[in-house]
Design a protein around this ligand. Structure first.
Ligand code: 5AD
Ligand code: FES
Length: 346
């Protein structure tokens, strides 16, 4: 088993059987062995630095109905909101003054926004903060739309594939969403020139070890700049309300494997990881992650962007999270830097 981790470290490809074996039989000793190697790889490319992205959740309206997500269209109890361009710029302003150099505009698939409106938001941010990177995370769009956003200055795009197994995909989403459409979007984004992020939830309902193996191999093959994985956490107003959450141990193990398989990728220690364990984000960094994504949304709307239950930091101002995360990272020997944190090709 330890040899399999050594092989991954040397950038050798493992078979599906070998990856399954690791995922089915890892224990805490092997996890520690993996994490030490994953940290070393991360430090080789990025040193003891952690990059910070400011998440601006600008709309929680969504036309989709993903079974796992708290802001799905059918959740009539969700309190819906949209931030105006001025409010978004004010979040960026707060973030800039706190040392953020990447802003992530995330939202549900909200039909209210025309491409022109999205472009105008991007243009305004880029005009005011020319040295900052803008990341979009607004779901599936046409090639033409993606291209317009890119030409307006968007640098990066996050779109998790969620699972590469079509049957599993259909168990997580209604039939209007398909993995083939999702993959087409990811290809389009890459061809246009974005730094692309993908990823999946660990422990989502019906996920089997073989599915995680396929996800690891899909990610390796697609070779994204960013890889977001976090535990699935049930939301009480969704069809998956009674399902079990993904575990801390498996999520960390997956992060470690992803780091060895994608040495220079940008991998966040996600908010979901910080939600299932009070030290989740620190443990994520110590397992090979190198990014944190604190929230810059106004505190007044934060509770409404509830993808899953008990999300952390919904009552904390951006400045409080900055201080908190700086000290959390310092305590484990890492430093959050004032930097766009672009992907470094090797
Ligand atoms: N638990 C964990 N992660 C979730 N996401 C959506 N709903 C949940 C949930 N209940 C993740 C999805 C999506 C990202 C924005 O948030 O993977 O791509
Ligand atoms: Fe928000 Fe700790 S990061 S309070």
């Amino acid at each position: 088993m330890f040899e399999l981790i050594d092989q991954l470290e040397k950038n050798q490809i493992l078979s599906k059987e070998e990856l399954s074996h690791l995922l089915n039989h890892y224990d805490s000793e092997m996890s520690q062995y993996l994490f030490a190697k994953a940290r070393a790889v991360s430090q080789k490319y990025y040193g003891n630095t952690v990059f910070r992205r400011g998440l601006i959740e600008f709309t929680n309206y969504c036309k989709n109905d993903c079974y796992y997500c708290g802001i799905r269209a059918s959740n009539r109890q969700a309190v819906r909101y949209r931030l105006s361009k001025e409010e978004i710029l004010s979040c960026c302003d707060t973030g800039y003054n706190l040392g953020f150099r990447t802003f992530v505009l995330q939202g549900g698939e909200d039909l209210h926004y025309s491409d022109e409106e999205i472009c105008s938001i991007i243009l305004s941010i880029k005009e005011k903060f020319p040295e900052c990177a803008v990341t979009l995370s607004i779901g599936e769009k046409s090639y033409e739309s993606y291209k317009k956003y890119f030409e307006s200055g968007a640098d990066r795009y996050l779109l998790r594939h969620e699972t590469s197994n079509p049957d599993h995909y259909n168990k997580l989403h209604p039939t209007n969403l398909t993995i083939s459409k999702r993959k087409k979007c990811l290809e389009d984004l890459k061809n246009i020139g974005y730094q692309v992020g993908t990823g999946f939830m660990v422990g989502s309902p019906y996920q089997r070890t073989e599915d995680i193996v396929e996800d690891l191999l899909f990610i390796k093959e697609f070779s994204p700049a960013m890889i977001g994985v976090g535990p699935f956490i049930p939301h009480h107003q969704t069809p998956f309300a009674k399902e079990m959450a993904g575990t801390l141990e498996l999520t960390l193990f997956v992060i470690g494997l992803l780091r060895l398989m994608n040495p220079n990728a940008l991998i966040p220690a996600t908010t979901a990881l910080g939600t299932i364990d009070p030290n989740g984000r620190e443990l994520g960094i110590l397992s090979g992650a190198n990014v944190v994504m604190p929230n810059l949304s106004p505190v007044t709307v934060r509770k409404n962007y509830e993808l899953y239950d008990n999300k952390i930091c919904t009552g904390d101002e951006a400045a409080e999270c900055k201080v908190c995360l700086d000290s959390r990272m310092n305590r484990i020997g890492y430093e959050i830097v004032v930097d766009r944190g672009d992907f470094v090709e090797i």
